[in-house]
Ligand binder design. Sequence first.
Ligand SMILES: *[C@@H]1O[C@H](CO)[C@@H](O)[C@H](O)[C@H]1NC(C)=O
Ligand SMILES: *[C@@H]1O[C@H](CO)[C@@H](O)[C@H](O)[C@H]1NC(C)=O
Ligand SMILES: *[C@@H]1O[C@H](CO)[C@@H](O)[C@H](O)[C@H]1NC(C)=O
Ligand SMILES: *[C@@H]1O[C@H](CO)[C@@H](O)[C@H](O)[C@H]1NC(C)=O
Length: 417
Amino acid sequence: MSASSGARCLDCPSWHKLAAALFMIAALNAAPALTASRNPACPTAFWNFGDSLTDTGGSLNVFPWFTDPERSPYGESFFGRPAKRYCNGRVVPDFFSLAFKFPLLQPYIQAGAFDYNYGANFASGGTTASNDTFVNPIFLKFQVTEYVRLKQSAISEKGQLTCLPFKQFLPLDDSYAEGLYSVEIGGNDIINAILFENKSAVQVLTQVIPAAMINILDSIKILTSNGAKKFIIFNLPNAGCSTIVITVLGPIPGVQKDAMGCVVLINQLDQAYNKALNDTITTARLLYPGRTFSIFNYYAANLEILTNPSLYGFNPALTKRACCGAPGVGTLNYNPLITCGKAGSNKCANPDEYVNWDGVHFTEAFYRQIALWALAGKFTDNPVNYTSLCNLDFQNFAKSATYNSVYPQSCRVTFTS
Ligand SMILES: *[C@@H]1O[C@H](CO)[C@@H](O)[C@H](O)[C@H]1NC(C)=O
Ligand SMILES: *[C@@H]1O[C@H](CO)[C@@H](O)[C@H](O)[C@H]1NC(C)=O
Ligand SMILES: *[C@@H]1O[C@H](CO)[C@@H](O)[C@H](O)[C@H]1NC(C)=O
Ligand SMILES: *[C@@H]1O[C@H](CO)[C@@H](O)[C@H](O)[C@H]1NC(C)=O
C-alpha cells in the first residue's frame, strides 16, 4: 500500500488485519453451497425501523440524554449489564437474530466497531411514524432515509480498493433484496399526542393517523425502490393497558376504563391506527406487487397475553404492574418522577412473570413470546411461517442463555457500563 493510498484512508488497518480480511473473504467465497439451499422466503439480513420497542442502541448512541436504559437493572437478564435497550434483556429483533443464528442486529449508528453483514437497526426510542419530532426527530422517513444513505455508502465503499479491509463488515450483496424489512412504529404518535402534546382524540384521528399513514406508504415506496421484497409490519399493541397509561390517564375523572382496567380511549385510537394501517398495506400490495407484506397483529397478540397470561408463563395478578419502577403514584409501581434505573427505584424478583418492564416497555419474556408468534406467522395477515420454512433454532431463546454464552467471541454489542 503506497503512502498516498494510506493518506486517503485515515484509519487504515495494519497489515495483519488486512490479511485476516482477505482470509475472511476467501472463506465466504468458499461457502456458496450453504446459501444455494436457502428457501427464497428466508431472509439473509434484517433491516428494522421502529421506536423504543425495537431500539437496540439507536437512541443511546445518538442522544446522551435518554439515560434510563444506560443504568442497571436494564439489560441484566441476558446481557448482564445495560445494553442500550429499553428492556431487562432481549427485544424482538434480538430474538429474530437468535432464531436465524445471526449476530445480534446492530444499530445503524454504532458507538464503536460496526458490522452490517446481516443488516442494521434504525429504530430509535420515542420516534413516530408521522413527522412529529416532539420527543425524537428520527421519525420513520428519517430512518428510511438513513437506510438509503447506508446502502449508498456501503456500495460506494465496496467499489473503492482502499476500503478492502472494511468490506467484510459491510452489508452482504444480497442483503438489500433478500433481507426482511420489519417496521414497528406508531405507538408514540398516539401517546405523544395525547399525553405530551395535549392533542384531542379528533386531532389524532383526523391529523396524526393520516400523517402517519402517508409516511408509512412513502417509506415503503422508498424501500421497494431500493429492492426490498419482504416486509413484516407490526401494528400497535393495546397501549391503553400499559402501566403508564393506566397510571397517568386512569384516575382522571371521566376517563373510561374497560373490564380489564384499560383506558378505552387509547385502545380505540390504537385500533383506529391499526385499521388505517390495514388499508395502507392493502394499497401497498396493489402498488408494489410481487413483494410480501405481512402484518403482525401486535394488538391481538398483546390482548391474548393479557387475557390468558398463565398460558404463557405470566402471573395473572401482575399483568399491568411495572417490574421496575417506584411506588408513590397509583398502585402499579410506576412513578413518572422515579422511573426504572433512577435512585429510589426497585426491581421485581422475577421479571419473567411480568408483561411490563419499566411502566412503558415490555419485558424480555413478553418479547420472546411475540417473536415466537411472529416467526411462526401466528396473529399475522398474509403470514410467512419462517419457523417451518427456514429451519429456525430456538435453543438460544432460553431464559438461561446469556450474551456471553451465545456470542463468546463477539464485540458486536456495545454496553454503557
Ligand atoms: C410535517 O409535515 C407537514 C405536512 O407535510 C408539514 O406541514 C410540517 O411542517 C412537517 N413538520 C415537521 C416538523 O417537519
Ligand atoms: C389542552 O387542550 C384543551 C382543549 O383544547 C385546553 O382547554 C387546555 O387548556 C389545554 N391544556 C394545556 C395544558 O395546554
Ligand atoms: C386488520 O386486518 C386483519 C386481517 O384481515 C384483521 O384480522 C384485523 O382485525 C384488522 N384490524 C383492524 C383494526 O381492523
Ligand atoms: C409454523 O410452523 C411451525 C413448525 O412447523 C408450526 O408448529 C406452527 O404451527 C406453524 N404456524 C402456524 C401459524 O401455522
